[in-house]
Design a protein around this ligand. Structure first.
Ligand code: FAD
Length: 458
């Protein structure tokens, strides 16, 4: 009988438009879908708590979907190359199909797997393969706008490929862990109630989200900055875990007209982020601009108390607190509020952007190595393409401008009784709601002085 082939799964947990499954099915050989969890890996590779919750449900859905077409998901724990090599010994597979991934640890893992197998890497998790959008001089772009211009010339992406109708099973399945034994779900306390209420991880959930959004895509521009409305697609965790391909999203919405182009540009930011971490693998831990190494970030007990207040949504700035509480409860935060919360931590509190990156990594269901790092460095001003540091977002006027009253009422119930005119910056604080932990003007002046100092020392 033909040797089985392995489909090695990572952040590509879908059947439709999944080139590794497609190629394996086309090969006519029995197919063994495998997911390997490496719990000993460094922080980023290991995933934060909210991502682990998502992963559990996504794997569970994928296994059910595979069973419906005659297959199943094999779960192993350890180093990918060691586990895949063990499966090779168990069942004699020689070929591994996978989608290409660009996080530094995945590139290392691909090199290690290629020593044991014929490794066939396929594209399909980005609009265009990261690393292939180059300037006329043949160099990768550092700045988003020219990157997007060059990427746009390669679009639309190829049409999505249908899910395989059947996957031939091997004569013997290799051993598999039980998902429940991996401990991905929180227990004692179970903090995932808000996540369960908001999300349906898995390919079916992604398709439903996309169908809902496709109807509203034409008015994206008008609504996307208003946190009180559901004006964005909410596809980020589905895209991160690869439950839907960006090509499928593109083709579902591109004809919507109106301001859908702005939305497609956001998908472009997703590609751009991969392009950045391919050039700067340590982007999540190292400022791209050298002067930021001299920034007098606050540390010590007072800064730690301020960081905790930010994390818990108790800064006394209603829109920041609403965002941080939305994040804690649902694993997601509106983009406009993410920008405000990040700016507030870095500039008003003068706390190192890496503390924020770390917190988001643990609490976001869409935590993504490239997208998180690129956006934190953009917010800090430390990135290769970034907002300048001295442009400090004013949380109170932004809250008014983007009509956040309903959003604040939803996430900060202490303030729910206040009128629209009061709620952004209450003069009289209801019992239990803190005074601002830093004065806007004083925080701003401190940040600007810190930047002058850092530049002087660089
Ligand atoms: P939509 O507005 O519907 O956008 C569609 C898709 O485009 C998103 O799903 C996402 O994949 C991509 N996208 C949108 N905005 C951006 C952006 N600014 N940068 C890169 N890709 C983008 N997004 C993540 O997916 N993971 C992260 O870890 C992450 N961390 C962030 C940290 C900070 C400090 C900030 C300011 C933003 C971060 N973002 C991150 C980007 C953005 O906030 C989310 O992608 C967006 O809010 C997700 O909601 P949505 O799917 O409804 O987005």
């Amino acid at each position: 009988m033909t040797n089985p082939v392995i489909v090695w799964l990572r952040r590509d947990l879908r059947l439709a438009d999944q080139a590794a499954f497609h190629a394996a099915a086309q090969s006519g050989a029995p197919v063994i879908p495998v997911y390997v969890l490496d719990d000993e890996a460094p922080r980023h590779h290991r995933m934060g708590g909210a991502s682990r919750w998502w992963l559990h449900h996504s794997l569970s859905r994928l296994d059910a979907d595979l069973r419906a077409i005659g297959s199943r998901l094999v779960l192993r724990r350890g180093k990918a190359h060691e586990e895949l090599a063990a499966i090779r010994r168990e069942v004699g597979a020689r070929t591994v199909h996978c989608l290409a991934h660009y996080e530094p640890w995945w590139r290392n893992a691909e090199r290690a797997v290629a020593k044991h197998f014929q490794l066939v890497r396929h594209d399909g998790n980005y609009l265009a393969p990261p690393g292939t959008i180059l300037s006329g001089a043949g160099t990768p772009y550092r700045i988003y706008t020219p990157f997007w211009r060059a990427l746009s010339e390669r679009l639309p992406p190829p049409l999505p490929v249908a899910a395989p109708a059947h996957l031939p099973a091997p004569a013997n399945w290799p051993a598999s862990d039980a998902l429940e034994d991996w401990g991905l779900l929180p227990r004692a306390p179970d903090w995932a109630g808000g996540l369960r209420a908001m999300w349906s991880p898995g390919e079916g959930g992604a398709r439903e989200r996309l169908a809902d959004f496709a109807e509203a895509a034409a008015v994206y521009e008008q609504r996307r900055n208003l946190p009180a409305q559901e004006g964005t697609s909410l596809l980020s965790p589905h895209l991160h875990f690869g439950e839907i391909s960006p090509a499928a999203v593109w083709h579902a919405v591109a004809g919507a007209g109106g301001s859908v182009g702005t939305f497609l540009g956001e998908l472009g930011w997703r590609d751009y982020a991969q392009n950045v971490i391919l050039q700067f693998p340590d982007y999540a831990t190292r400022s791209a601009k050298a002067e930021f190494d001299h920034m007098p970030w606050r540390t010590g007990p007072e800064a730690e108390a301020d960081l905790a207040a930010w994390q818990q949504g108790r800064t006394g700035y209603p829109i920041v607190d609403a965002g941080m509480r939305q994040l804690w409860r649902t694993g997601w935060m509106h983009n406009r509020v993410r920008m405000l919360a990040a700016s507030f931590l870095i500039k008003h509190l003068m706390i190192d952007w890496r503390e924020g990156e770390r917190w988001f990594w643990d609490t976001l269901v869409d935590a993504d190595h490239g997208q998180n790092a690129v956006n934190w460095q953009w917010s800090a001003g430390s990135g290769v393409d970034a907002n300048i540091f001295s442009r400090i977002m004013a949380p109170l006027s932004q809250s008014v401008k983007f009509d956040a009253a309903g959003y604040i009422r939803q996430w900060v119930p202490e303030l729910a009784g206040l009128a629209d005119g009061e709620i952004h910056d209450p003069v009289v604080r209801p019992r239990g709601y803190p005074r601002p932990i830093v004065d806007h003007g004083a925080g701003r002046a401190r940040a600007l002085a810190a930047m002058v100092q850092a530049k002087g020392e660089a």
